[in-house]
Design a protein around this ligand. Structure first.
Ligand SMILES: Cc1cc2nc3c(=O)[nH]c(=O)nc-3n(C[C@H](O)[C@H](O)[C@H](O)COP(=O)(O)OP(=O)(O)OC[C@H]3O[C@@H](n4cnc5c(N)ncnc54)[C@H](O)[C@@H]3O)c2cc1C
Length: 416
């Protein structure tokens, strides 16, 4: 079998890349070991985070570091046994999180974040997926007035970017979310970000985009990216329908991308930030109308098709360690103080792996030393958000079009 481009990985990044290549006249095959949208793209918090213009940095405030060091927070946890394993990444991440370097990272991500909603909107419409998307923004909620005031001051610094938001007091929040606790022990104030959209089933959204790709003539095949091999004319991979050859191949394997680039000799410091989710049924008379982020505890409550999805912050541990329930149990305890969650839907929480680079931006573009090899991975906390914009950029680079944003900040070359 032959095609123009093989895209390895059918998460939100790979599927979006395939659609954008197809729209530029390329014959494309998507290859995944499982069905589309079954990886990290299945389990995220569903925020198309148009308002998150500063990436998640390594904390530099001593008080915060000490709190995380205690290893009891629902925002950040670590497995002591793996600290040596993650230390090299953490050191580089810390370096890139200095105020100056963080500004550089924010500037680098901004064009992709700015394009996020418009790029999704086009795909949502074409894929007939508007039933999965809400346009009500999301709410950042605060319990302590001091943290609330600091967050409002910080949010106001984004005014030049034209982001729409409203600052609401406890009563205003209570009006939007009557089932959630306000006042003492509850939410004292909130910021309602209005530009972002939210998705009620991110895995299903990725599937709908994949169906659109198929409807437009694309092929989706089952295969293991580990079988990728270079030939005189390009690349080939084994699939359930036989060997598939193409001149170009795109690595969009999210957290598993190292499987290909390491074997080809690239030393890209891709690491994993683990995170959990679990769904809960709401008792009669209890409702959640918006996605609410408890900014002080670091978890999200998102109304999803499966129930209310509670997602945790970050866990630093080896990718293959089994599920550790401490972090999500802690998030659940804290969430129950704000909202009367019913029984969990699943017996065990879902574990996901965010693919992260220490300088807080993905790798998008040509592999420096292999003709026809392209990279599109490392979207960290914002893969759902920027997947379609990132797919567009990669497709423009591969087909020789003028890219809609400067690709320099995302080049793999920066690590060599
Ligand atoms: C708890 C949590 C909450 C999050 N919340 C948000 C959010 O609200 N908003 C946001 O924008 N982002 C969020 N994210 C991040 C986002 O989910 C990721 O950045 C994004 O899903 C990465 O997409 P991807 O396509 O690169 O990877 P994936 O979705 O993981 O796709 C990679 C694909 O590669 C395939 N694959 C792997 N190995 C092989 C192999 N050997 N052969 C063939 N195929 C293979 C997998 O099956 C998978 O389908 C969150 C992440 C987590 C964990």
């Amino acid at each position: 079998m032959k095609t123009d481009v093989i895209v390895l990985g059918a998460g939100i990044v790979g599927v979006s890349t395939a659609l954008h290549l197809q729209a530029r006249g390329r014959e494309v095959a998507l290859v995944d070991r499982g069905p589309p949208g079954g990886g990290t793209s299945y389990g995220n918090a569903g925020l198309i985070e148009r308002s998150s213009v500063v990436p998640y940095a390594f904390p530099r405030a001593l008080t915060l570091l000490l709190r995380y060091a205690l290893n009891r927070s629902s925002a950040v946890r670590y497995d002591l046994r793996d600290l040596l394993h993650v230390a090299p990444f953490l050191m580089r991440y810390w370096f890139h999180s200095s105020p100056r370097n963080l500004q550089t990272a924010a500037r680098a991500m901004l064009p992709l974040i700015e394009a996020s909603v418009t790029e999704h909107d086009q795909l949502i419409e074409a894929a007939g997926a508007s039933d999965l998307v809400r346009s009500k923004g999301w709410i950042a909620a605060f319990k302590t007035p001091r943290r609330f005031a600091a967050a409002v001051a910080e949010a106001e610094t984004t005014a030049p970017l034209g982001l729409r938001m409203t600052v609401i007091d406890a009563a205003g929040f209570g009006a939007l979310e009557p089932s959630m606790r306000t006042g003492t022990g509850g939410v004292s104030g909130a910021i309602h970000w209005l530009d972002p959209k939210t998705v009620t089933d991110p895995g299903e959204l990725t599937k709908r985009y994949a169906l659109l790709f198929e409807k437009r003539g694309g092929r989706i095949l089952t295969g293991d990216a580990a079988s990728l091999a270079q030939s005189d004319t390009g690349w080939s991979v084994d699939t359930n329908e036989g060997a598939l050859a193409a001149r170009d191949v795109v690595v969009a394997l999210g957290p598993q991308s190292g499987l290909v680039f390491q074997r080809l000799g690239y030393r890209i410091p891709l690491a994993i930030k683990r995170g959990y989710h679990r769904h809960y049924r709401l008792p009669d008379g209890v409702d959640l109308h918006h996605s609410v982020v408890d900014e002080e505890a670091g978890y999200v409550l998102a109304p999803m098709r499966q129930g209310v999805r509670l997602t945790t912050g970050v866990e630093f541990a080896h990718a293959d360690r089994p599920v550790a329930t401490g972090q999500i149990d802690q998030a659940e305890r804290l969430a129950r103080r704000l909202l009367s969650l019913g029984e969990p839907v699943e017996a065990t929480p879902w574990l996901g792996r965010r693919p992260c680079l220490p300088d807080m931006r993905p790798v998008i573009g040509a592999a420096p030393r292999h003709k026809g090899l392209w990279f599109n991975f490392g979207h960290a906390h914002h893969g759902l958000t920027v997947g379609p914009a990132s797919g567009r950029l990669l497709a423009e680079l591969l087909t020789g079009e003028t890219p809609f944003v400067d690709p320099a900040p995302y080049e793999a070359q920066r690590f060599h």
